[in-house]
Design a protein around this ligand. Structure first.
Ligand code: AMP
Ligand code: ZN
Ligand code: FE
Ligand code: FE
Length: 281
């Protein structure tokens, strides 16, 4: 079993990298992608926790914005974690998440939904990439909403009046940085319309030109119809097809391994990195 897209407490998941590795092992996963939002800080713990039967494809899920303001997630896998341009890009995104979060708490509070930055910090694990899920958890803790899901549906979704963006590269920028750091770029859940506005099929040529390698097709936020369309695009453009759980621990319903990547597709993807960076020993 190959699951290339998961989150830990280093972003908005609820399992530590160590716990994630244990869960993957007991679920029978052989190759696990560790892809926290805008950070590589969970890699070390995952490597320490790894055991013989499990290979690690370390990476990050990069939060991007198109010039038209569409939110896009780009998975970078197998890149050099020491690449300074990559780390600067990730750091800029993380740094801007603090003023962004302050603004969101101010907008909510001004509208009578009282919540402070301190309360959001209390809901965030040490060292995590600060994000809306932590604000959601703080809103739950305060009794404003019943769950993360309800917080997103009512208050925090991309179209909400309380939504504020953070600094983010364009998808093309992110792809170029991933590739020049030696890794492979896979666009995450590109047609997940229930998350808000998405890219159209017309955006793919520009992503390909930047160096896109693959497309995540099997993801719970894609309908069968969306998967079919994406398979067509991947076939036409020669993109590798992946499937993954986007596991977040108890932060989302997604269970580890619920969608998987075909071994032949994985082999093709892995061969496109500039070095063998899968952690096997
Ligand atoms: P941010 O990067 O701070 O803008 O937060 C975006 C993250 O929120 C995404 O990566 C998702 O994992 C998470 N998210 C989006 N919608 C939901 C939802 N309905 N329930 C829980 N988490 C969500
Ligand atoms: Zn997330
Ligand atoms: Fe995502
Ligand atoms: Fe994700």
């Amino acid at each position: 079993m190959i699951d290339l897209h998961t989150h830990t407490t280093n972003s908005d998941g609820t399992d530590s990298p160590h716990a994630l590795v244990n869960k993957a092992l007991s679920a029978g996963i052989k190759i696990l992608g560790v892809t926290d939002h805008d950070t590589t800080s969970g890699w070390e713990d995952a490597i320490r926790a790894r055991r013989a039967d499990l290979q690690l494809a370390l990476g990050a899920e990069i939060s991007c914005l198109t010039e038209d303001g569409v939110a896009v997630h780009m998975l970078g896998l197998l890149f050099d974690g020491h690449d300074s341009k990559m780390q600067v890009m990730l750091e800029e995104s993380r740094d801007s998440r603090l003023p962004r979060m302050r603004k969101m708490t101010e907008l909510l509070t001004a509208d009578g939904i009282d919540i402070s930055l301190e309360e959001v910090f209390a809901a965030m694990p040490e060292g995590a990439t600060l994000g809306r899920p932590h604000l959601a958890d703080a809103l739950v803790a305060k009794g404003h909403v019943a769950s993360r899901d309800e917080a997103f549906a009512d208050l925090l979704h991309n179209g909400s009046k309380y939504y504020v963006t953070h600094i983010a590269p364009t998808p093309e920028d992110a792809i170029r940085k991933i590739r020049s750091a030696g890794g492979v770029a896979v666009i995450a859940h590109p047609f997940a319309t229930r998350r808000g506005q998405t890219l159209s099929a017309m955006s793919f040529p520009s992503l390909i030109e930047a160096g896109l390698n693959g497309v995540e097709v099997d993801h719970r936020d894609h309908s069968q119809d969306e998967r079919q369309q994406l398979r067509g695009i991947a076939g036409d453009l020669g993109l590798v097809i992946t499937g993954a759980s986007d596991y977040h621990g108890t932060g989302k319903l997604n269970s580890i391994g619920e969608n998987q990547t075909d071994p032949a597709e994985w082999e093709r993807l892995e061969s496109l990195a500039d070095a063998r960076r899968v952690v096997t020993e």
